[in-house]
Write a protein of this length. Sequence first.
Length: 603
Amino acid sequence: MAIPYLDVQDLTKSFGAQVLFEEISFSIAEGQKVGLIAQNGTGKSTLLSVITGKEGYDSGTIIFRRDLRVGMLEQSPVFDPDETVLDACFNHQGEEEKVLKAKQILTKLKIRDLQQPMGQLSGGQQKRVALANVLITEPDLLILDEPTNHLDLEMIEWLEGYLSRGNKTLLMVTHDRFFLDRVCNLILELDNRTIYTYRGNYAYYLEKRQERIDNTRAEIIRANNLYRRELEWMRRMPQARGHKARYREEAFYELEKVAKQRIEERQLRLKSNNVYIGSKIFECQYVSKAYQTHEDTEIIILKDFYYNFARFEKMGIVGNNGSGKSTFIKMLLGLVPPDSGRFDIGDTVRFGYFSQEGLTFNEQQKVIDVITDIAEYIDMGSGKHLSASQFLQYFLFTPEQQHNYVYKLSGGEKRKLYLCTVLMKNPNFLVLDEPTNDLDIQTLQILEEYLTDFPGCVIVVSHDRYFMDKVVDHLLVFKGNGVIKDFPGNYTQYRSFAESDAPEEEKKAKKNKKSPSLPDSASSSASTNNNEKRRLTYKEKIEYQQLGKEIEELEKEQQLIEEQLCSGTLSVEELTEKSIRLPKLKEELDEKSMRWLELDELC
């Protein structure tokens, strides 16, 4: 029988009278990719600290396989401010033969100056250096606490692919549900001081968790509906493979039509709520903004940008770190002046701003007092009002937690309380800058539900693809150097069109452009010849047919392995074998699917 990498038995941990988990047991085999899910404040990060020996525990056993190398990414890593990035990556272990790999990974994580002192880096940059450190050392078991925090979408997608490939063994805490769904093959849920095991990805977890709740009747009706709704939504989501690439002009305009229809439907619905917000929201009038770096290089954020924001609009803003997303919303809020142009804001607009830096409290105050200092009641629309206590309970603060002092809250709970303070001010225009960082999945579900029915306008800056897909109507995509694309859809839909970088007008112009050296008839003939679609060669036709058969067989094998892994009937040896085979199979399937799509476009 194969020895598990990690075996935890009957583990109990408490802080005074508060028991975080009691006699929990689980094991992690080689090749398993495990996601740990729990509400804020219930002990996720504590459990990781206990496992890695950074904190003690009351009783139980934690056994690692002999000579196992373990790498840990902490939520808030600490470095010597005087050491260089390169030194921090190797922890002074002198593994010079890995410098090349270090440079490659750091470049992917957009850390380029290897001699820069760590004290000059932001908290997000330091977290990325810590992530690079743990990846470079290639441990047998990776333990990651919120690895996607402070990564932009490009970095998240790279990390997702990196961790999915090969036979890596992972235990991680993350709120990124797409990341969980695409990387993990086993979910552990810490709930009510015990551990529940789900042998599948996040979608499988949603389904089986709902069955558990339905069977035990241990949760309130509202929580049932939240998870049921999310499961239904996931089943409706388009899959990444299996359809032709949709980069055609008519598909784009069809998507735009649907997005406009959604906004119009919401306008009709929310107007009936008697929400006081005028028809004029804001107009971004040809705004430009640029910065000079200390190397005297100009970074362009906006260049003559125009946008007229509609009533009840829900916009997402995405782009790489440093492309100007946060600067844009700070200009909108009047916190940063534009170089030229202006923002014309409607008189009825009341902003509520959730920022990355806004988390400040009187630690000696009680949670309920923090909220009642703002207001006693909040208007939820449609004549529905909640008291301060009811609103806190809506966001999963129990009556007991409401009367705790702020200093007793976990980092995620403080972040959630800060969110409640923004919402409690009853704004009609929410501007949320990275609202999902450090929030647990159930809180994110509640926030998504709240924003869906929010009787006002919303702008969200986020790297959480799942959250954006559920909340926003369309995107502003900051591509850097002042280039901004207005896309009528959510993030997944945008990725389907990602290869079409040029605006539709440019594509039309290129298609109809005539050569200046040819007369009209010759130009027309040349254009026809140039635009004529290449056909499959005989060899490619054979390859195309063969790929279809191979993909079908691989999909059947994948489905069979996933069913076997979820059955709970496999021995440890069989479980290890299947866990090793599954990621290799997925990688092979992805490669063949991409080639099939390329050939399919020529059919």
